[in-house]
Design a binder for this molecule. Structure first.
Ligand code: BGC
Length: 816
């Protein structure tokens, strides 16, 4: 069952009922000012950092779902005896609407709904070059008679630090301050301005208003929720000026519309950061100039439409960088629109703010952000470059790294600390992707601090060397890399038991166990060790390249010696040197991660083990909804394994379908040339292919979720944790670089598709460095192998099109 449809021409997902199984959200904002908005107008807004600079309040764990948003109440008093109150997004009043439609587009959302012949059209977006969210609301009277309406706006301020905001009431209930300007057309939120004087927020509308409220309790009534505000019921704003408690911004606009008449109002929610040297006149008097400048820029419909066009042009441009045209509508839709869009969102958010990540817990993940880069780097390489430097700045001198950092301060988070032994290698992955994409070797020579301390800075290449050496110097009894607190699988905590007998994994902090080893990190080391060697060669350091390759060889051999279980790769060795993910285990006999990653790194390919491992995946882990992370599921809690077995069978890391590593297996299949199987795996978790089962899947049908419940779960096939997942980047890498086969190397684009037999011919346009490649592929019903490659009329050997500076256009013909 579906709750909407894709409108590919408009690049929108159109939701046709507000009652989706879960809130289906969109992200507004591309750079520093962001909002989350659901299909019922729920959500919240922040500047740069969802924890530290939150503009509007959201209520977690609330009923009903999705509580608090930026709401408009329309009160129709045309017939005084039968007044009706409704919202364009249905929530929070939930009056049954006569029509409803929500269109989530690229950086904007549009709502069109109607009740009793009054129509509301709401457009909301964050313009490209301002720190504000614009809501353009058009109300039309479709009655035969004049309509009398009152419109009320509503946003609830968060007192900036969202974590403190929901805990520190003894202080916060006395700090809220507002200022009302222009009779309520503009409301300033200036809590904290007294001591900081560096920022404030505004909410303004481009018209005179008939009243306002800035005290939440005055607007709602102390015992009401946003579904039944007193002020709306009374039809009269109280002109309350908040002092402490919970400040809000609300305006009342009364309007009379002749039959057929429309009126448009533009609301601006903005963040103003004062220049450092700004002089303030007296405590709590804000410099209003920048606020009015911002409001002025969006006071007309033309200005708003122009800003929306800028946003759309921006996306046109970005999505032109990689574009496919094939007979497979769903592939085209995902590659050309939604997968790349999600990559941008994960790049911006890492795992910080979604409807499943509170924005107050995690900031930017070291491992997560490095992987997000893989799907984003072709879009805006300059931003990827800066991100690599920011991430590397949170590394320690021994190569280990803070697992997370705060986006505002860019400082490592010491509450979480370090100890995840895969982290260092992801930095090589991200950097290598950037250099292959851009050819910009200068990044390797950038001076980058360790732990943000410039007195201990070294070049980025030295950082990568620390990453490589970290694995080299942290190996266990089988010559395999030590796992530390965990590797990619955060929940595989193999060192907890030995050091903390009798405690559960949650009750103690970082644990650098002495011996538990990871075959997954071994796979990573083989792949990224080679990528490191290539970077060293590009810098002319052949000796270092050789050293890296020698170390890679050792780890490769260690995997064949101790990491092969007969039919698949072992997952790890625990703190007692017992195998994890082996036929010897009672539960958790096979894990997906080493099968995907070892094979995609090339381990066991020539030895004939890779094909066996993937066959085992197909036989033991595959389901109709995707490939599960492990089998059999853990039915009891294993203290020696940690969090992984704390989940009920089928959920999350305990035998869920963890979408992030499905593309690894799909890529691994392409390494063996299995186009049919690679694509089958791609399709199973691909949003466009599972749109029809939205009632089972529940999360948004236009983006990936982190997890789909596995076969052992009660709700097999149900998605959770949509949007912020490494699945976005890895799937884009899989489909664009391996299945469609356009892979950036240091010397040029390599074209080597691996598609299903019935995929048909296709054309890709790809901007690479400063040239445009038009690549026509004739598949001839084959799954892999390039028979003939012609570039600008000349046949070339191999699959790599040598990049030559100066050539701006490459016409490429590929015959498979
Ligand atoms: C984390 C990732 C991790 C994955 C598997 C996600 O929630 O963000 O860093 O690799 O879970 O445990």
């Amino acid at each position: 069952m579906k709750y909407g449809y894709f409108d590919d021409a408009a690049r929108e997902y159109v939701i046709t009922t507000p009652k989706t199984p879960l809130p289906w959200i969109n992200y507004l904002g591309n750079k520093e000012f962001f909002s989350l908005i659901s299909n019922t107008c729920g959500g919240y807004t922040f500047y740069k950092d969802a924890k530290l600079l939150r503009l509007t309040r959201y209520r977690y764990n609330n009923v009903p779902y999705d509580n608090n948003g930026k709401y408009f109440y329309i009160k129709d008093v045309t017939d005084a005896a039968n007044t009706v109150v409704w919202n364009p997004g249905w929530q929070p009043v939930k009056t049954k609407l006569d029509s409803y439609e929500c269109r989530h587009g690229l950086g904007y959302s549009k709502f069109t709904s109607s009740k009793n012949d009054v129509e509301a059209k709401l457009l909301t977006f964050v313009p490209m070059n301002d720190n504000c969210e614009i809501s353009k609301l058009t109300i039309t009277n479709n009655k035969n008679t004049a309509a009398k309406l009152s419109l009320f706006s509503y946003v609830e301020w968060c007192l900036w630090n969202a974590d403190d905001d929901m805990k520190n009431f003894q202080r916060n209930l006395s700090t809220g301050e507002v200022e009302v300007v222009d009779g309520g057309s503009v409301i300033f939120h200036k809590t904290e301005y007294r001591e900081r004087r560096n920022h404030y927020a505004i909410y303004g509308v481009n018209t005179k208003v008939d009243g306002f409220d800035t005290s939440r309790d005055a607007f709602l009534g102390a015992y009401n929720g946003p579904d039944s505000p007193d002020v709306v019921a009374e039809g009269k704003a109280t002109n309350s000026v908040a002092s402490g408690w919970s400040p809000i911004a609300s305006q009342q606009i009364n309007l009379e519309l002749a039959p057929g008449e429309s009126k448009t109002f533009i609301f601006t929610l903005g963040y103003i950061e004062n220049p450092e040297d700004d002089k303030w006149e007296a405590p709590s008097v804000v410099n209003k100039k920048p606020a009015f400048k911002m409001l002025d820029s969006y006071k007309t419909e033309e200005a708003v439409d122009k800003a929306l066009k800028e946003l759309c042009d921006y996306w046109d441009n970005l999505l032109g960088i990689y574009h496919i045209s094939s007979k497979n509508e769903k592939v085209d839709r995902m590659v050309n629109i939604w997968n790349q869009y999600q990559c941008m969102v994960t790049f911006n958010m890492s795992r910080s703010a979604s409807y499943y990540e509170s924005g107050i817990g995690r900031g930017m993940g070291f491992r997560d952000s490095c992987q997000d880069l893989l799907g984003f780097v072709h879009l805006i390489p300059d931003r990827a470059r800066q991100r690599i430097i920011d991430i590397a700045s949170t590394q320690f001198q021994d190569g280990s790294a803070y697992h997370q950092y705060q986006p505002l301060t860019k400082k490592g988070n010491s509450d979480i600390g370090s100890g995840f032994n895969d982290d260092p290698l992801w930095l090589i992955a991200g950097t290598s992707a950037y250099v292959r994409e851009t050819g910009d070797l200068s990044i390797l020579k950038e001076i980058v601090p360790f732990d943000n301390d410039m007195s201990v800075a070294k070049t980025l290449m030295e950082h990568l060397k620390c990453s490589l050496n970290f694995t080299i110097t942290h190996k266990g009894p089988h010559g395999l890399p030590l796992i530390g607190r965990a590797d990619w699988n955060d929940c595989l905590n193999l060192n907890c038991f030995s050091e903390h007998p009798g405690e559960s994994f949650q009750t103690f902090g970082p644990s650098e166990g002495p011996v538990a080893e990871s075959v997954f990190i071994a796979g990573m080391f083989v792949k990224y060790g080679e990528e490191y060697a290539q970077l060293a060669e590009l810098l002319g350091d052949d000796a270092e390249a050789k050293r890296a390759r020698d170390e890679v060889k050792k780890v490769y051999d260690a995997v064949l010696d101790a990491g092969w279980d007969g039919e698949w790769f072992v997952r790890a060795y625990d703190a007692y040197s017992n195998k994890v993910g082996s036929k010897e285990c009672e539960e958790g006999q096979i894990y997906i991660e080493p099968q995907g990653f070892c094979v995609l790194a090339g381990i066991g390919v020539k030895e004939g083990l890779a094909a066996k491992a993937l066959k085992s995946v197909e036989e033991r882990l595959d389901t109709k909804y995707g490939v599960m992370i492990l089998q059999p599921a853990y039915t009891k809690y294993h203290l020696e394994l940690g969090e992984v077995s704390s989940y009920p069978p089928g959920y999350k890391e305990n035998a869920g379908i963890f979408c992030h590593n499905n593309p690894w297996v799909s890529i691994a299949e392409t390494v063996l040339g299995h186009g049919n199987r690679a694509f089958e795996i791609y399709k199973k978790t691909c949003p466009a292919y599972i749109e029809d089962i939205s009632d089972v899947h529940c999360t948004e049908p236009y983006v990936y979720s982190q997890m789909v419940a596995g076969r052992d779960a009660k709700f097999f096939g149900q998605g959770k944790n949509s949007w912020l997942t490494g699945t976005a980047a890895w799937t884009f890498v899989n489909i664009s670089q391996y299945i469609l086969g356009v892979y950036p190397t240091h010397n040029g684009l390599s074209i080597n598709p691996c598609v299903p037999e019935d995929f048909g011919d296709f054309t890709i346009t790809r901007k690479y460095r400063d040239a445009i490649y038009t690549i026509d592929v004739k598949t001839n019903g084959s799954q892999s192998g390039v028979k003939k490659l012609t570039v600008n009329g000349k046949e070339i050997e191999g699959t790599v099109i040598p990049y030559e500076a100066g050539i701006k256009e490459y016409k490429v013909e590929v015959i498979m």
